[in-house]
Ligand binder design. Structure first.
Ligand SMILES: *[C@@H]1O[C@H](CO)[C@@H](O)[C@H](O)[C@H]1NC(C)=O
Ligand SMILES: *[C@@H]1O[C@H](CO)[C@@H](O)[C@H](O)[C@H]1NC(C)=O
Ligand SMILES: *[C@@H]1O[C@H](CO)[C@@H](O)[C@H](O)[C@H]1NC(C)=O
Ligand SMILES: *[C@@H]1O[C@H](CO)[C@@H](O)[C@H](O)[C@H]1NC(C)=O
Ligand SMILES: *[C@@H]1O[C@H](CO)[C@@H](O)[C@H](O)[C@H]1NC(C)=O
Ligand SMILES: *[C@@H]1O[C@H](CO)[C@@H](O)[C@H](O)[C@H]1NC(C)=O
Ligand SMILES: *[C@@H]1O[C@H](CO)[C@@H](O)[C@H](O)[C@H]1NC(C)=O
Ligand SMILES: *[C@@H]1O[C@H](CO)[C@@H](O)[C@H](O)[C@H]1NC(C)=O
Ligand SMILES: *[C@@H]1O[C@H](CO)[C@@H](O)[C@H](O)[C@H]1NC(C)=O
Length: 888
């Protein structure tokens, strides 16, 4: 009974996983479709089919527009070398040269990208170079060539997320001229070889071989992975004489790579794989492939445990299946100063462990902070319109050290770089000023001076609202200067130069002339003019009034505010504040707008006293707003007890919350249970719902985050600091990032762009809080050098169905996984980029309450606690063992 339940649950898990996978894309790898195989340096017409692999190689034509072709020295054009190595493309000019690959599946596809280098003394200098290879905007690796015959291969598995194309660039770092021999791209199935964050660069890929020294690749391998024969020390091999194929899983290994397996020599009972990374913070993924090759007798068992640095790597013993590949891999990256993977015979096993093939990858964290796509499109359009021969390759702004000529950008750690300056002076531009310039929406400087530009100055340039410098001098422009540009120049917002354009009408008069001719007929008589004036006045007046009214009804404060300021309003003097806090003795923390201290009222009530930053001035508005806030009472809002506004010494006195804030609580040692987390989420959601729906006019919190969710002694959550940004819209710069109020990681991306604030911005931030509760991560996930917003960290994992991958490892007891799945759905709905698509806080409260109900209704159904008790159910229900829930 229990087992069938468990199986049913697994089945649902599988369905849930599948439902999240991207729509299936058929990979016709058998027929090379989707393969990109470039024999770099090959002349244009010499495309060929490689005799040994059958792969179709083409020249670089259409992939790159710089560099020159060369043949390696005849010494290295040997028959033992691949034909692709006979020529190279080298890049003596420019610091960075990029190949643009356009895989057929575009962004979101999973690709194996491989670059091969053999120097072969192609330049007769006998000086093997050293240079960098970039993938997109990030350094992928350094290519260091030792001698002419050495063949270096760099391989990475990568999923582009922002663009449908990929750049592979070679960057001169001062160690000699970069070159490349071969560049290959292979589409992989989207469900395999996925890192939690980042891409996977190959360290090694080995298969067990009895005799052969033969590398395996296409056509044995439909993905054209290259398998090198290699056996561990002190092992023997077992192999099969059967000719039937070994059944494959999603990893689609070549059957020939699985036909032999290593096993410990001379009665040994374990196999061990060791790796010492050069940098102990490096992160690795291992993929081990097993298949039983011997037909076992009734009493024989082959069973083993896998450990990583002496802790279980896989949650239960493995029994390899007969002639069927079983892949076991890490779902989380492994990192240590020394990595040891052991495959150890269990006690009841009668046969030694085996290992057929193994792959080892290092995580490369690619920031993918590529320039905003609109800017890139406009720049490519400009490049092609003027047939620019500049070294404009790869991304315009990234990496920062390789800005395009004449381009400058602004960078921050969280957003795509933005192109802010373009200098195309003396660049031989001919023809009209392209409308594409107006698509560089953040441009501050545009210099088009000393070219041969003709025609009118497009009116659309005035749409560049950030433009501060526009230099059009030294061209052959005609017509007049658009009025808005002149006006902005007149009031000093724009430095405008247009001299040395003989045909350009240079002053206001030309534009004014046109205006006059239009308006003249209207003034037929003074009487008519006056009537008109009166009419306009009447219309304007009516309009203004109507607009005023509309504004009021929009804000919904035409109704009387429902706050009633009851008696008992506590107003304290500064002296009393000092008294209750014993002279600001115990600091509780720093909140927005000020520091919080512990205090006790005369009757012993504990309070938290927020001393507002001295920069904040007291005002009449402060007093009215505070009076309103004091009147707001809800069980999930931290209530204000009183305030002080004496001589610009401002303080707010709140109820005391014994368990501090949610951020501190979450980062503490004892993990909250799923039920507790759900309850906290519901509490906070209810508090926000009250601010949004229970208050007239609605109060938008503007800074929902875990530090602003406080917990009392019963772990009841209450939202703090609401309404403050209303009182002090522009104070305390340390807390306000630029002009937009809020905290990085929680900020509604739509608000960030439009600065239109509404309740849905709070919904977004709440979604991030909910994700923190689910994942145990913080709003900005830091790993090594990269900082990722939690939303961006979670989305790719969900997209590929790795639901368990995002759930907090410390969540020990989960009775209903479905309750988590549902909460994830709620969180993802809240963080939708478009505000109108987000639910309201009321919807959220309803949904979360249902999640809690599911979790409370503990059934045997969905009990994942005792997975280890089912060891007799070894044959995986799912043929891909790797897809089973990870070790928890
Ligand atoms: C070239 O360098 C590689 C790697 O350093 C080395 O294994 C190989 O023996 C060298 N070959 C020659 C001809 O020096
Ligand atoms: C991956 O392979 C499986 C099995 O061959 C197939 O069902 C699935 O559609 C493939 N997925 C993708 C994204 O290609
Ligand atoms: C195997 O042993 C040799 C010599 O004992 C050693 O140089 C080599 O590193 C070992 N290889 C592995 C994979 O342990
Ligand atoms: C392999 O066996 C030899 C002795 O037979 C031993 O000295 C050596 O340490 C072993 N190597 C490994 C990697 O276990
Ligand atoms: C293998 O792992 C199982 C469960 O993970 C454990 O109970 C057993 O003791 C292990 N056996 C050995 C020989 O390590
Ligand atoms: C780009 O702008 C920054 C900041 O304004 C400046 O420091 C830098 O020198 C500029 N770079 C180039 C290449 O003009
Ligand atoms: C553009 O570049 C030219 C020289 O390349 C320089 O003289 C000019 O000052 C630059 N324009 C701006 C606005 O920086
Ligand atoms: C400007 O951008 C819009 C949309 O982003 C695009 O439709 C239009 O073609 C672009 N115009 C030019 C001239 O590049
Ligand atoms: C403009 O074009 C003429 C001929 O077409 C050429 O002689 C002149 O150098 C060009 N001027 C600039 C500034 O490029």
């Amino acid at each position: 009974m229990k087992k069938t339940m468990l199986r049913a649950w697994r089945f649902r898990m599988l369905c849930a996983l599948l439902a999240c996978l991207a729509p299936p894309i058929t990979v016709h790898s058998q027929d090379q479709s989707g393969f990109i195989s470039i024999d770099c340096g090959l002349s244009n017409d010499d495309a060929y089919m490689d005799k040994t692999t059958g792969l179709q190689y083409t020249s670089d034509e259409g992939f790159i527009d710089t560099g020159s072709n060369a043949k390696v020295s005849p010494l290295y054009q040997t028959t033992s070398n691949l034909q692709q190595l006979a020529n190279v493309r080298s890049f003596p000019q420019g610091t960075r040269s990029c190949y643009t690959l356009r895989p057929t599946q575009g962004r979101g596809g999973n690709y194996l990208i491989r670059a091969t280098f053999m120097y072969g003394n192609y330049d007769s200098l006998n000086k093997p170079p050293e240079f960098d290879i970039h993938l997109g905007v990030d350094v992928w690796d350094t290519v260091k060539i030792d001698n002419s015959s050495q063949v270096i291969t760099k391989e990475i598995i990568h999923t582009p997320t922002t663009a449908d194309y990929l750049y592979v660039c070679l960057a001169n770092t001062g160690g000699g001229t970069p070159f490349i021999s071969t560049l290959e791209l292979r589409p992989l199935n989207n469900s395999i070889y996925k890192a939690e964050i980042g891409s996977l660069a190959l360290v090694f890929r080995h298969y067990t071989s009895t005799t052969s020294t033969q590398e395996l690749r296409y056509k044995d391998d439909i993905y054209d992975r290259i398998w090198i024969p290699s056996n561990l020390n002190n092992t023997t091999t077992i192999s099969t004489s059967l000719t039937t194929d070994v059944n494959q899983n999603l990893f689609e290994l070549p059957s020939s790579a699985m036909r032999a397996a290593m096993t410990p020599a001379a009665g040994g009972n374990f196999l061990e794989l060791n790796w010492t990374p050069t940098d102990p913070t490096d992160e690795f993924y291992i993929f081990m492939h097993f298949a039983e090759l011997e037909k076992l007798q009734g009493n024989q068992i082959r069973e083993f445990n896998i450990t990583f640095n002496d802790v279980p790597f896989y949650y239960r013993p493995v029994i390899p299946l007969y002639f069927r590949t079983n892949t076991i891999y890490s779902t989380k990256p492994k990192s240590s100063s020394h990595l040891t993977f052991s495959i150890m015979k269990t006690e009841r096993s009668t046969l030694p462990p085996i290992l057929n093939a193994v792959e080892f990858y290092i995580v490369k964290q690619l920031s993918q902070f590529v320039t905003n796509q609109g800017d890139v499109d406009a720049m490519l359009e400009i490049k092609s319109t003027y047939s620019l021969t500049k070294n404009w390759q790869g991304d315009p702004c990234s990496p920062r050290a390789y800005l395009w000529d004449g381009v400058n950008c602004t960078f921050d750690n969280f957003n795509a770089p933005i192109l802010t300056s373009l200098n195309l002076s003396s660049s031989g531009l001919k023809g009209n000023i392209s409308a594409s310039f107006s698509n560089l929406t953040s441009l501050q400087v545009l210099d088009l001076s000393s070219n041969n530009l003709t025609g009118q100055i497009p009116e659309s340039l005035a749409e560049l609202t950030h433009l501060a410098t526009l230099n059009l001098s030294g061209n052959k422009l005609s017509g007049s200067i658009p009025q808005p540009l002149l006006e902005r120049s007149k009031i000093g917002l724009l430095s405008l130069s247009f001299n040395d354009n003989p045909d350009l009408c240079q002053n206001m008069s030309c534009t004014n002339k046109e205006k006059k001719t239009i308006t003249a007929p209207i003034i037929a008589s003074i009487a008519a003019f006056l009537v008109l004036l009166a009419a306009i006045g009447a219309i304007l007046f009516g309009l203004k009034k109507r607009r005023l009214k509309k504004n009021l009804s929009n804000r919904a404060d035409v109704q009387k505010p429902v706050y009633s300021v009851k008696g008992g309003l506590a107003r304290f003097t500064h002296l009393e504040i000092m008294d209750m806090t014993k002279g600001l003795e115990r600091k509780l923390g720093r909140g927005s707008f000020g520091t919080v201290y512990y205090g006790e009222l005369k009757d012993g009530t504990q309070v938290a006293v927020k001393m507002l930053a001295p920069s904040i001035q007291g005002s009449e508005q402060f007093q009215t707003e505070v009076e309103l806030l004091i009147a707001i009472r809800h069980k999930n809002l931290v209530s204000l007890v009183g305030y002080c506004d004496e001589e610009n010494k401002l303080a707010l006195i709140y109820e005391y919350m014994a368990n501090g804030n949610l951020q501190t609580l979450m980062s503490g040692a004892s993990a909250l249970s799923w039920k507790q987390r759900l309850q906290i989420a519901i509490d906070a959601a209810q508090g926000l719902d009250y601010l949004h729906c229970g208050c007239r006019p609605p109060i938008v919190h503007r800074d929902v985050k875990t530090p602003n969710i406080l917990l009392n002694e019963n772990l009841q959550a209450k939202v703090a600091d609401f309404g403050l940004s209303k009182i002090f819209p522009d104070e305390d710069k340390s807390y306000i990032s630029t002009r937009v109020i809020g905290t990085v990681g929680y900020l509604d991306p739509e608000y960030h762009v439009t600065e239109q604030l509404n309740e849905k911005s709070d919904v977004y931030s709440f979604g991030v809080v909910l994700l923190e509760l689910i994942t145990g991560q913080v709003a900005v996930v830091k790993s090594n050098t990269i900082r990722t917003n939690l939303v961006h960290w979670v989305s790719p994992m969900l997209n590929r169905g790795d639901i368990w991958g995002i759930v907090d490892e410390r969540l020990q007891e989960v009775h209903s996984p479905n309750s988590i799945w549902r909460a994830i759905d709620v969180a993802m709905a809240c963080v939708k980029p478009t505000a109108i698509k987000r639910p309201t806080m009321s919807n959220v409260v309803t949904e979360l309450k249902e999640c809690l109900a599911m979790e409370m209704d503990v059934g045997i159904d969905g009990n994942i606690g005792d997975r280890n008790n089912d060891s007799d159910e070894m044959k995986p229900v799912i043929p891909y063992t790797a897809m089973a829930p990870r070790v928890r």
